[in-house]
Design a protein around this ligand. Structure first.
Ligand SMILES: [Zn+2]
Length: 259
């Protein structure tokens, strides 16, 4: 009986001995498990903390952005072209409409207008250069300032002893001017023709009046009637008349007006 008891005992003791072992094992498993769960908890905490940090950071950054944006909004708008701050209603309206301040807008429009004007001006000058002599003569002399310009040339020719009729000088001056025309304005063209040297001008003055004798007769008659060509006549009073009867293109409308 002893042996089995012993056996039993020994078995029991084995079990009993094993119990703490089992407990030990369980304990270590439990420890492991709790360690693992602790680790997991820590990891979770870290993750939570991280995501909380990231959220906060995002929120902070968003707040900063909105502060900067608000600060920017408080600044007055600047013109995209000249960087001027936009204060006046005119500028504010211009920014909306034209995307630049009013001054930049008007400067730009002015430039466009100027370019258009100079394009028109240059095409006009090209046209002047290709005019018929009679049209050119009309362009050059057929207004008050033109009459005066022509009168100065006539006076100069007479003062230097040239005895040409006004119509001859008108044609000669127009022909010289046309020949020397270099895209100048009417004012400048007159300035230049007034200063032409008589010996240069006479090369352009027609001697004969082929084909225009009738008109010339009319001019002569008109001159006689008005006493032009006589040195005693008041040149100031007759300037428009001199101009009117001087050129062929000028004389016709002039006589038509007179009759
Ligand atoms: Zn501007």
């Amino acid at each position: 009986m002893d042996a089995p008891i012993d056996n039993d005992n020994s078995l029991e003791s084995l079990f009993s001995n094993a119990e703490p072992l089992k407990e030990q094992g369980a304990e270590s498993l439990e420890q492991n498990l709790s360690l693992a769960s602790e680790t997991q908890e820590i990891t979770n905490e870290v993750l939570d903390a991280e995501s909380e940090f990231i959220n906060s950071l995002h929120k902070f950054q968003a707040e900063q952005e909105s502060i900067i944006l608000k600060a920017k909004e408080m600044l007055p708008t600047q013109c995209s072209k000249c960087d001027a701050y936009i204060h006046s209603k005119k500028d504010k309206g211009s920014i909306v409409k034209n995307k630049c301040c009013f001054q930049c807008f008007t400067a730009e429009r002015g430039q466009i207008t100027m370019e258009a004007e100079s394009a028109i001006e240059s095409s006009k000058m090209e046209l002047i250069a290709t005019m018929d002599l009679s049209d050119y003569e009309e362009w050059l002399f057929d207004d008050d300032l033109g009459y005066r310009c022509l009168a100065r040339i006539i006076a100069k020719m007479q003062s230097q002893g040239y005895e040409y009729r006004p119509w001859q000088i008108s044609i000669g001056a127009a022909a010289w001017s046309k020949d020397n025309y270099n895209n100048t304005s009417l004012e400048d063209t007159r300035y230049l023709v007034e200063r032409v040297k008589p010996n240069e001008l006479i090369q352009y003055i027609p001697d004969s009046v082929d084909g225009i004798s009738t008109v010339i007769d009319s001019i002569k008659r008109a001159e006689e009637i008005r006493g032009i060509g006589t040195k005693s006549s008041s040149s100031k009073y007759h300037w428009p008349i001199i101009g009117g009867i001087a050129g062929i293109s000028i004389i016709i409308p002039y006589l038509m007006k007179r009759k």
